[in-house]
Design a protein around this ligand. Sequence first.
Ligand SMILES: [Zn+2]
Ligand SMILES: [Zn+2]
Length: 260
Amino acid sequence: MNWVQWLREQHVAPSVMADDAGTCSLCRTPTPVGPQGTPYERCYNCRRTFSSVLDGFVPMCYSLHGGLEGILWRAKNEAPDVWLRRPLGSLLWTFMRRHLTCIEGFYGGPFDLQVAMPSHSSARGGQSHLDALIGHVRDFASEWRSDALVKNDASKAGARREKIVPGLFTASPIVSGRRVLLFDDTFTTGGSMASAAYALKQAGAVSVVGLSFGRQLKADWRDSAEFVASLAGRELEIDKCVVHGGRQADPFDLLFRQPG
Ligand SMILES: [Zn+2]
Ligand SMILES: [Zn+2]
């Protein structure tokens, strides 16, 4: 079974493209038009805070209601749908194999540590959803550290956050001096990923680049309707990634690439 092909055929995972115009260069949400008459290069949240802890962010696809959003939710919460971890695990594995080199090249060097976002300990009986998903691909789990970050109990499970919450996560001293790739299944307001990145930086991580399956968008969010409409008919293009539009990673090319 080619699970990535299966996911493409569901028409639920439009790829995030390197040349998408009018979106935030960090978190990829549509940005408002500024006084110059052109869209802002970064959204308000990224300009204000997220860029202080996140050195980059690589969403594979846009997640929309009725699309990837539902698949991610079912894989996490619905016992009969845990098989959806297979296509998702395959997507992560395939994306990493095709694009890790270009992501590392773009963000200034190899990652020393790949960290999966921990679940809240009271949610889903304490089992980590992402560990289970990554574990569906044989031998892949060993590439990811699930003990580098702890989500603290006092925080409310599933709460929506638009800002960095210090203390929401605690990072292990093993992250000190490391370049970290931080994986979560989705990025909605960004507060969760930014709070984890904050904890990693506090513990001495040199850089933190986020990775997610989905960059959640909603047509009724501010400045989003037109862009969301433009995604209709866009498919999952596994050969493309947000830092390297449609070209295969070429080691010689990467030598001359500068972070943008
Ligand atoms: Zn942004
Ligand atoms: Zn790439």
